[in-house]
Design a protein. Structure first.
Length: 138
């Protein structure tokens, strides 16, 4: 699953703070690549449609059967090429399925929109209202 780097960071934050963690995650050419379970590329677009995915956040790109992705080397290199954010730690790492990736996408969008919205218990001020100081009575 290929996402914008800022959105990918938000997804990772949600996966690690509130979710089950993530599988391997790489960065390549300014994009975040979340490695997911086989079949996720086919299922995730339908789940995003079901969630009525909006235009505010670019849709994740799903790479599946027949697609090629660049996998970083396990040993860090000095080049500016692909690198691991979360390197695989076993020969067969856990890979999140489409439901987990959808959960992370939705939580990341909600967290971003909640940070941008201020909620007030007071109604909006009326700019044409007459205001009187009643604290000083005669």
């Amino acid at each position: 699953v290929n996402v914008d780097p800022v959105f990918g960071r938000r997804m990772l934050d949600k996966l690690w703070t509130e979710g089950p963690g993530s599988g391997p995650v790489a960065v390549h050419r300014g994009r975040t690549l979340l490695f997911a379970a086989p079949g996720t590329a086919q299922r995730l677009p339908a789940l995003l449609d079901w969630e009525e995915w909006g235009e505010e956040v670019p849709r994740p790109l799903c790479h599946g059967l027949g697609d090629a992705v660049t996998v970083p080397p396990l040993a860090p290199s000095g080049s500016a090429g692909p690198r691991w954010l979360v390197a695989p730690d076993t020969r067969h790492p856990w890979l999140p399925g489409p439901e987990v990736v959808l959960w992370a996408c939705v939580r990341a969008v909600r967290a971003a929109s909640a940070a941008d919205v201020r909620v007030s218990i007071f109604p909006p001020a009326d700019p044409g209202a007459n205001v009187y100081d009643v604290s000083r009575r005669r």
